[in-house]
Design a protein around this ligand. Structure first.
Ligand code: CA
Length: 176
């Protein structure tokens, strides 16, 4: 989980609760850090505060979505007006929670959001005995799990997607 929240005590409470619930948590306190984390790490979910010291959660959300960022986003805000909720959802957030909230409610909404993408998730690729799951980034040959580096995984994924075609070096350099 990436938690983007500039209120340090609240961010700390969220982090503690989420870690207790078994999530791995990264904290970001500013838009610039959140953008960097979202671009350089893979998250299952993002908790995004609306008011941040160097910008607006709505703008960041819209920007990430415009870039094709598909990770579920739960927006947090102190405001409780209808227009804020509408703009939150319009900017591409999947859910919305108004402060103050109880941690169990946040946890329940996160569980629902993490469950939701299951049907939208990229399907498992199969070529011969090779099986590759883009969601969990795991590869099997028959029943054997094949450990791969990130680059090897990307190469294999690209080749499996294009298994019916000859893939050129240029294709690989451009896409992997
Ligand atoms: Ca804030």
């Amino acid at each position: 989980v990436l938690v983007v929240e500039d209120d340090i005590p609240l961010a700390t409470i969220l982090e503690r609760g989420l870690v207790e619930d078994g999530y791995a948590v990264d904290l970001a306190h500013r838009v610039v850090d959140a953008r960097h984390s979202a671009q350089s790490n893979e998250y299952d979910i993002v908790v995004l505060d609306l008011g941040l010291p160097d910008g607006n959660g709505l703008d960041l959300c819209a920007e990430l979505r415009a870039d094709g960022y598909a990770v579920p986003i739960l927006m947090l805000t102190a405001r409780d007006s209808l227009s804020d909720k509408v703009s939150g959802l319009d900017s591409g957030a999947d859910d919305y929670l108004t402060k103050p909230f109880d941690y169990p409610e946040l946890a329940a909404r996160l569980r629902a959001l993490v469950r939701r993408p299951a049907d939208a998730r990229t399907p498992v690729l199969e070529v011969g005995e090779l099986k590759l799951d883009p969601a969990s980034r795991r590869v099997w040959l028959g029943a054997i799990v094949v450990p791969l580096t990130s680059r090897e995984f990307s190469l294999l994924e690209y080749l499996m997607i294009h298994s019916a075609a000859v893939v050129s070096r240029t294709d690989l350099l451009e896409h992997v």
